[in-house]
Ligand binder design. Structure first.
Ligand SMILES: Nc1ncnc2c1ncn2[C@@H]1O[C@H](COP(=O)(O)OP(=O)(O)OP(=O)(O)O)[C@@H](O)[C@H]1O
Ligand SMILES: [Mg+2]
Length: 374
């Protein structure tokens, strides 16, 4: 930054000749100047004009330069004003005293004008830079707070919408059941039965979507309670549940033992349930299912977990849609589902500071990878 008259330097020195000399030198470079003949006057000038830099004599009657520097650096309002200490005897002790009091620079009298200009210029540049940084940080904090607030509002909105939809939906389901009975009793037409079954299917789908949406919003709303979690044991329990429900399926399961992580057991349970549930569902058309849950340590030291299946797979051209709510790459008639599972997985992984991604090809199975930052 080029020196500008807007930047004001306070010269504190008990000798009038010194004050005049510094004033003339600094004005030559376009700086504005203020002067004070002692510590008390300096404090007053600082409070009134908040200068950009202080040129401070060490030896003064009353409050000396060291004391003044200590006072200024201890006050959050003045601590960012750079101080150059000036003295006739800048020996080692005086230098240490100046640094210890918090001064950024020191100069010995008689002062070399070029050195003075360069030191003043550099310190003012640093000050400007740190002020810009502070402003950027404040703006960032403000923006983050705004985003957090609107995110919370959105979540509350999604929650109340899905919650409020339940009541009219259960009345549709309840009354269509009653209507079904009426039609059965009065032997209604086939067309009437068909329409009614369409209404029932629609209501069931909507109810499943609402439940899934509620689950998704809960993932963001609940507090994380990190604990030691055995993912291997958890995965085994999830898959045992699937096997119990469909005992006739030929399934080979390979789970790497002792996959121990720090995380929220409840959320990690949902994560495995969704990923293993997908592996199970999208391989249902295979004669022999093979699901593998394993881990690998990458070059950056991060552990990457992988859940691999030999199911229908998907086209990677659409992989950017995978983790968005209600996006599906297969039709409901082929594989049932609401399309909220991977959106839930994405949020759970993000809440643990990790990432999730997938690799697949149609007909070649799919592998879902994830990391956990905690
Ligand atoms: N293991 C997989 N193999 C093939 N396709 C997959 C696999 N996992 C996810 N997909 C594709 O990604 C889509 C989104 O998955 P997601 O889990 O969000 O939804 P879903 O399983 O269809 O429904 P939900 O999980 O809500 O019951 C799926 O519909 C499917 O097209
Ligand atoms: Mg799913």
């Amino acid at each position: 930054m080029t020196p500008s008259a807007v930047q004001t330097i306070l010269i504190v020195d008990d000798e009038i000749q010194n004050r005049e000399l510094f004033e003339n030198l600094l004005r030559l470079q376009g700086y504005g100047t203020l002067t004070a003949a002692n510590g008390e006057e300096a404090l007053k000038a600082i409070a009134e004009h908040s200068p950009d830099l202080i040129l401070l004599d060490i030896m003064m009657p009353g409050i000396d330069g060291y004391e003044l520097a200590v006072v200024l650096k201890a006050d959050s309002v003045t601590s960012n004003i750079p101080i150059i200490m000036v003295s006739a005897h800048i020996d080692c002790k005086a230098r240490l005293g100046a640094l210890n009091a918090g001064a950024e620079e020191f100069l010995s009298k008689p002062v070399d004008p070029t050195e003075l200009w360069l030191r003043v210029r550099n310190l003012l540049r640093l000050k400007t830079f740190s002020e810009l940084q502070k402003q950027a940080h404040a703006r960032l904090q403000e923006r983050t707070a705004q985003l957090e607030a609107s995110n919370q509002e959105l979540q509350a909105f999604a929650y109340s919408v899905s919650h409020d939809l339940r009541t009219p939906l259960s009345s549709i389901a309840g009354f269509s059941n009653l209507l079904q009975r009426e039609i059965d009793k009065n032997s209604g037409t086939e067309r009437a039965m068909h329409y009614l079954s369409r209404i029932n299917t629609g209501a069931r789908q909507m109810s499943a979507s609402i439940d899934a949406l509620l689950l998704l919003t809960q993932v963001s709303r609940t507090d994380i309670c990190p604990q030691r979690v055995d993912l291997s044991a958890m995965a085994q329990v999830v898959l045992d549940g699937y096997l119990e429900r469909e005992p006739d399926r030929l399934v080979r399961i390979d789970i790497e033992p002792d996959l121990l992580v720090q995380g929220d057991p409840n959320l990690l349970g949902q994560l495995l349930d969704n990923l293993l549930g997908n592996a199970w569902k999208f391989s249902s058309q295979q004669a022999q299912v093979h699901v593998i849950f394993s881990s690998a340590t990458h070059a950056d030291g991060k552990t990457v977990y992988a859940i691999k299946d030999n199911g229908s797979g998907f086209d990677m051209a659409y992989s950017d849609k995978l983790f968005a709510p209600f996006e599906r790459l297969h039709s409901v008639s082929e594989f049932p589902g609401t399309g909220i599972g991977l959106a839930t997985v994405h949020r759970i992984v993000a809440r643990h500071g990790g990432k999730v991604w997938a690799e697949s090809a149609p007909g070649c199975g799919a592998t879902f990878y994830f990391t956990l930052g905690v």
